[in-house]
Each structure stands twice: as structure tokens, then as C-alpha cells.
Design a protein around this ligand. Structure first.
Ligand code: GH3
Ligand code: MG
Ligand code: MG
Ligand code: MG
Ligand code: MG
Length: 295
């Protein structure tokens, strides 16, 4: 776990640093609240902050208030350290948004176990977030997580004036798989299908389960021709895939249809219309006989 220490006193900072390293934490140091806030605003910030109260430029109290105002995805657990141990100081600290409070001089062992409390909360949040973003059957992003990521990538593509492509795929006659081989085999097919897509994609492409037997791929920095090419590669991989049925019941082969769309560079195309174009293309692929790519 990454811990940020905000402390203006060099000696206290060094003692904290030495102990946190000894306890196995990955630490970042800041000499005042302003510097700490800048670090927290960067992508992938530390999940726990140990902050002194009295600091130049921005004190610990102000820092707590600013952190709670930020629109960030992950919770930041804050332990405030101070020489001010009166009841009303503690209340003021908690009111500003601190999760815990230690009065200086404090016992280092006590700090160690107070960090553990924060760690349990951060781990719990991590588990819940993972569950909220993952499709349990295939282990890939669910629709919610995919759409969130697509939104970020659309923004990035617009800022950097690059093209973003989108592939929507749907397994052909999947209902028949369920009807002929049972729902469990259907589930196995979905798992094999997502694995095959995943291993055929580039590391920066992202894959999600859109619903049922529909899967989506986001492809940053990819133009129309490249997207067509990638979808064609996926189509072929799926066609060649052999699914080993349980209990020696032989092999099963499937096909899928694909629709692609590319986000225009200059007009910040609405995400909904972008998806609609891929959906229309997929519909065409189905109508024209399935096991094909349309754009
Ligand atoms: P098409 O080629 O037109 O796409 O035909 P299809 O049979 O694939 O399409 P249809 O929409 O008729 O059927 C999709 C089926 O997918 C119906 C539904 O029961 C099944 N399905 C959806 N989610 C799951 C799942 O999680 N597991 C299993 N086993 N089946 C699922
Ligand atoms: Mg101080
Ligand atoms: Mg479908
Ligand atoms: Mg289908
Ligand atoms: Mg259908």
C-alpha cells in the first residue's frame, strides 16, 4: 500500500519515513499541505495519508477539507497528527474530514496499528470496486466499467486528436448452444469466447461484456481500416477455436458477427451515436449471413 506523509518538521518526517519503510510501506513525502494535495491530484494517488496539522502554506485541516472536496474514484484514508489534543481540536479535525487522530508525541506502535485500520478499509473498498466492475462469469470488465473506460478514452482521443475504434461482437446462434448442450456449456462457451478475444487483442485495447453473448472492444489510436483488420482477426480466431466439451462429449465450434465504428477526430461524437453505429454494423453483419465483419 502507498502512503503519503505530509510533515514540515524534518526530524519527525525522517522518523515516520524510517518506521513506515520498516513496516513495508511504499511512501511518498510532502513538506506541506499544498505539495500533498498536488500529489493526491495526480493519477493513482496513495490510498492513505498521514498528515501533520501545523504546516506552512496549507495546514493539515485545510488539506483534509480539500481532499474531501475532490472528485476522485478511490477513498483516501487520513490520519491527522498533532500536538493539539483538546476535545475541540479532535472534533475540528474529524469535522474537516480526518478518519483518525493521533496526538504528538505518539507511540509508534500505536501508529502502526492505526494504519492497519485504514488498510482494512482500503482493502475492503478495493474488493467491492473490483466486484462492481467485473463480470463474474468471464472475469473481464462488465458493461458499467467498460462504459466508464470508454468515456475516458473518448475524452483522451478528442484531446490528443487521435481516432478511437469500437468493436461490438455477438455470438451467432448462441441460443442453439444453450438449447442443444445446456446452459452450463453455454457458460463455458462465453468463457472461451472472451479468452480468445482477450488473447488476440493488443495490451492497450480493452474488452468488456456488454450483456448476454455480446462483447465489446475499445481500441485507442485505431483508425477505421485498422479496426476492420482487428475485427477480422478476432472473427477468424473465434472460427478456429475448438471448445472441448465436458465428459468427452467432443468438440464444439462457434462463429460470431462483428460491427465496428470509429470515433471522428474533430467532432466529439456523442458516445451513444458512436455505439449506435457499431450496433447498426453488427445488425448488418447478422442480416448478411453472420460470421462476418461490417462497418
Ligand atoms: P443471433 O445469431 O441472431 O445472435 O442468435 P442468438 O441465438 O445468438 O441470439 P438470441 O438473442 O436469440 O439469444 C441469445 C441467448 O443468449 C439467449 C440467452 O438465454 C443466452 N444467454 C444470455 N446470457 C447468458 C449467460 O450468461 N449464459 C448462458 N449460458 N446463456 C446466456
Ligand atoms: Mg508542523
Ligand atoms: Mg445478442
Ligand atoms: Mg447472438
Ligand atoms: Mg439476437
Amino acid at each position: 500500500m502507498k502512503i503519503l506523509v505530509a510533515e514540515d518538521d524534518p526530524i519527525s518526517r525522517r522518523v515516520l519515513e524510517a518506521n513506515l519503510i520498516k513496516w513495508g510501506y511504499d511512501i511518498t513525502l510532502a513538506v506541506n499541505g499544498r505539495e500533498a494535495l498536488d500529489i493526491i491530484r495526480q493519477p493513482d494517488p496513495p490510498s492513505l495519508l498521514i498528515s501533520d496539522w501545523m504546516m506552512p502554506q496549507m495546514d493539515g485541516l485545510m488539506l483534509c477539507r480539500e481532499i474531501r472536496k475532490l472528485d476522485i474514484k478511490r477513498y483516501i484514508y487520513v490520519i491527522l497528527l498533532t500536538t493539539r489534543g483538546e476535545k475541540r481540536d479532535i472534533i475540528q479535525g474529524l469535522e474537516a474530514g480526518a478518519d483518525d487522530f493521533l496526538t504528538k508525541p505518539f507511540n509508534q506502535e500505536e501508529l502502526k496499528y492505526r494504519i492497519r485500520i485504514g488498510e482494512r478499509i482500503i482493502n475492503l473498498e478495493h474488493r467491492i470496486l473490483t466486484m462492481a466492475n467485473t463480470d463474474p462469469l468471464t472475469g473481464i470488465m462488465n458493461r458499467r466499467a467498460f462504459m466508464e473506460r470508454l468515456g475516458q478514452e473518448t475524452g483522451r482521443a478528442h484531446r490528443h486528436q487521435t481516432q478511437l475504434s469500437f468493436i461490438l461482437s455477438d455470438i451467432d446462434h448462441f441460443k442453439q448452444v444453450n438449447d442443444t448442450h445446456g446452459h452450463q456449456t453455454g457458460d463455458l462457451v462465453l468463457q472461451c469466447f472472451s479468452k480468445t478475444l482477450k488473447k488476440s487483442l493488443r495490451p492497450y485495447d480493452f474488452l468488456g461484456r456488454y450483456g448476454g453473448e455480446e462483447f465489446v472492444v475499445g481500441m485507442p489510436e485505431t483508425d477505421e481500416a485498422q479496426a476492420q483488420c482487428a475485427a477480422e482477426r478476432l472473427r477468424k480466431e473465434v472460427e478456429e477455436m475448438e471448445i472441448i466439451l465436458p465428459n468427452d462429449s467432443g468438440l464444439l465450434r462457434i462463429t460470431a458477427s462483428f460491427g465496428t465504428a470509429t470515433c471522428a477526430i474533430k467532432s466529439r461524437e456523442e458516445m451513444a451515436s458512436f455505439i449506435k453505429r457499431a450496433d447498426d454494423a453488427l445488425y448488418r453483419a447478422k442480416r448478411e449471413g453472420r460470421n462476418r465483419v461490417c462497418q
